[in-house]
Design a protein around this ligand. Structure first.
Ligand code: SF4
Ligand code: F3S
Length: 114
């Protein structure tokens, strides 16, 4: 069991979640954040921090977003840790209202500019 970052985070990356995580298990990519399931202790503190409700417990993820469980597990092995809040992505507030952002997810191994 772990908490998982899902589609709403894409193109927003507000990073409010990072500040409250006691185990520093967030990893950042080009336009998305993931949780390392090996480090997450299921405290749930990050859930309420996310302005777009992107963080869900893995058994509460709707069917169409269940692939994010694997995306979090895989990309947390490639992306770098982030332990302090930073500015959100440009136009994050615009993207926060957009659905169907999964096609925009960038999965390059290395994060840039964060
Ligand atoms: Fe970190 Fe707790 Fe959120 Fe897991 S549930 S990512 S340990 S704040
Ligand atoms: Fe993403 Fe929400 Fe954190 S938008 S970076 S999961 S606060």
């Amino acid at each position: 069991m772990a908490f998982v970052v899902t589609e709403s985070c894409i193109q927003c990356v507000y990073t409010d979640c990072v500040d409250v995580c006691p185990t520093d298990c967030f990893r950042i990519g080009p336009n998305f954040m993931v949780i390392d399931p090996a480090d997450c202790i299921d405290c749930g503190l990050c859930v309420a921090e996310c302005p777009v409700n992107a963080i869900l417990q893995d058994d509460e993820i709707p069917q169409q977003e269940r692939n994010f469980i694997q995306i979090n597990a895989e990309m947390s092995q490639q992306w770098r840790p982030i332990t302090k809040r930073k500015a959100p992505m440009a136009e994050a507030d615009k993207w926060s209202h957009v659905e169907g952002k999964a096609r925009l997810l960038m999965l390059e191994p290395a994060s840039k500019g964060a």
